[in-house]
Design a protein around this ligand. Sequence first.
Ligand code: MN
Length: 130
Amino acid sequence: MSKPRVLIVEDNVDNYELVRFLLERAGYQVLSAANGVEGVDAAKREQPDLILMDLSMPEMDGWNATSRLKSDEQTRQIPVLALTAHTLPGDRKRAIDAGCDGYISKPIKVASFDKLVATLLRQAKAGLQP
Ligand code: MN
């Protein structure tokens, strides 16, 4: 079985490096984009199995990028997990309203990261609503 491919859309290098490390350690193939514009392009081009989406980014933020992905036939089926330091309930709601299928709070809890990612991928494969 080929490795699931995960696209990280994140403008902060330290956050990106941590997430990449955790994903590669868990056996995923990692693709990357540094802002929402690049993220939308990469998602269309690469058709990843999952997208991890930062919210605060230059060029295009993660809420806007997710809305675009979820309103496009080519990309709407790809699950999107928001990576967010915006932990107020209203911010989470805004991420879900934009079409995110779930979220991971920053700072990232290493112990629960793998399970969150695996669960979302499994749900997406089964065609279930997360
Ligand atoms: Mn950011």
